[in-house]
Design a protein around this ligand. Structure first.
Ligand SMILES: Cc1cc2nc3c(=O)[nH]c(=O)nc-3n(C[C@H](O)[C@H](O)[C@H](O)COP(=O)(O)O)c2cc1C
Length: 162
């Protein structure tokens, strides 16, 4: 199975993880990394399916996604809360999280990344736009700070279950 738009059940798996323990986001091939996203948006924008991923510029994943213009969502279909909470507090600048968390990964199909190899919904995305915090016109106080996220607007190009 591959090269299809998110089915209702794939989207449900992504949202269940997003509103639950969190989603693994993988990126990079030469320098593969994994982070956890707890905030993001699934929807339609400019006539396209999109997944909007916020990443702080201090993160290693920010550098990789900026360079490769792609990332993959990995929504586990089994309980990975332990791996998620350990991933949450470790940076790829100093740790090889894929190895340390014992994640079984394989090459992504269409982007420069690895993805979980088993028990997951995989959504490979290419970024179609990037919104840095300084270009957001805040209409309430305190919304954007110097530590705010950049929004990477990704379009799903491959979606499959492993
Ligand atoms: C509750 C919680 C939510 C988080 N949400 C995000 C997020 O939306 N974007 C982000 O860039 N980092 C977020 N993080 C931090 C990353 O998951 C974490 O720092 C990760 O290990 C980043 O790794 P990296 O430096 O290797 O990219 C969150 C952490 C926690 C504890």
């Amino acid at each position: 199975m591959g090269g299809r738009i998110l089915s209702d059940s794939d989207r449900a798996a992504v949202l269940t993880n997003l509103f639950g323990a969190g989603l693994f986001v993988t990126c990079g091939r030469k320098n593969p990394n994994v982070m956890v996203a707890h905030t993001s948006t699934v929807g339609k924008l400019w006539g396209r399916d999109v997944f909007i991923l916020p990443i702080k510029s201090s993160k290693y994943s920010y550098q990789i996604v900026s360079e490769t213009k792609s990332f993959a969502l990995n929504a586990p279909l089994r309980d990975m809360r332990d791996e998620i909470s350990r991933c949450d507090v470790t940076s790829g600048f100093t740790h090889n999280k894929i190895e340390e968390l014992g994640l079984h990964v394989k090459r992504a199909r269409a982007i420069d990344s690895y993805v979980l190899g088993k028990n997951a919904v995989i959504v490979e995305c290419k970024t179609i736009a990037v919104v840095p915090p300084e270009s957001v016109r805040a209409e309430i106080d305190g919304l954007i700070t110097d530590r705010s996220h950049t929004l990477f607007i990704g379009e799903p190009i491959e979606c499959y279950r492993v």
